[in-house]
Design a protein around this ligand. Structure first.
Ligand code: KIV
Ligand code: NA
Length: 265
């Protein structure tokens, strides 16, 4: 198989074929995810939590994401590779382009940034300069110190319609994909139905165009109580490879996420 392109992901979205995404931070897991048919690999700034042991993603630097992107990219054969622009690395267009360029040079096919209509200028600036952008709405982990914790977003009618407007603004600015995190499943469906780019949900219901989880979470090896949207795929499977294959299968068939992994409006 040739590496997946954004055109292929857009046509999967158009045809209603679910997209399976997982995070990875190293070449061993990158190779494994590739063997298991994972279509997109995210080098998330969740590496601050799962690799570095921080309690938030805010200490993560561009250099660190670039390093892990290089590690993943070296073993990548098929997957579309997305790297997170970390906290305070895209404060203005020029800084965003410098940061994104570092991640693209490290092997990213696309960069992801957190935020909605207030990032429109940044998204447009990057896309016009040939950097593919994935937006990220709902729970924004880089804003944890503003939010005062990790909370479900978009629950009120007003918050939901505002988020829908923000998602539309991101698509109009040129974002080619959007991650939706910890929002009511009903809002995940409304946003997905209102956009033509793929929506990738994490705690956003089964109607998104695809799903993502943090690898350590879906293997059940992250310390502490997992968020509601996490399913332990290693449970009942004899190997990491079997667990990842089950994840891909369940995302593709729509079995994951179940109702129990979602939030009510
Ligand atoms: O950093 C990350 O792993 C993410 C996903 C949870 C979407 O942004
Ligand atoms: Na992230």
């Amino acid at each position: 198989d040739k590496p997946l392109t954004i055109s292929k992901l857009l046509s999967m979205r158009a045809e209603g074929e679910k997209i399976a995404m997982l995070t990875a931070y190293d070449s061993t897991m990158s190779a494994l995810l590739n063997r298991c048919g994972v279509e997109t690999i995210l080098i998330g700034d969740s590496l601050g939590n799962v690799i570095q042991g921080h309690s938030s993603t805010t200490p993560v630097t561009v250099e660190q994401v670039a390093y892990h992107t290089e590690c993943v990219a070296r073993a990548n054969t098929h997957a579309f590779v997305i790297a997170d622009l970390p906290f305070a690395s895209y404060g203005d267009p020029a800084q965003a382009l410098d940061s994104a360029a570092e991640l693209m040079r490290a092997g990213a096919d696309m960069v992801k940034l957190e935020g909605g209509d207030w990032q429109v200028d940044i998204i447009q600036y990057l896309v016009e300069r040939s950097v593919p952008v994935c937006a990220h709405l709902g729970l924004l982990p880089q804003s944890v110190h503003i939010l005062g914790g990790y909370k479900v977003q978009g629950k009120s009618k007003d918050a939901a319609s505002l988020m829908l407007e923000q998602a539309i603004a991101c698509e109009q600015a040129g974002a080619q994909m959007i991650v939706l995190e910890a929002i009511p499943s009903s809002l995940g469906k409304i946003i997905t139905d209102s956009l033509s780019i793929p929506t990738i949900g994490i705690g956003a219901g089964a109607d998104c165009s695809g799903q993502v989880l943090v690898l350590q979470d879906m293997l059940g090896i992250s310390p502490g109580k997992p968020p509601k949207f996490v399913k332990n795929f290693l449970d009942g499977h004899a190997s990491i490879e079997a667990a990842v294959k089950a994840y891909v299968r369940e995302v593709k068939s729509g079995k994951f996420p179940g109702l129990e992994h979602g939030f009510a409006g």
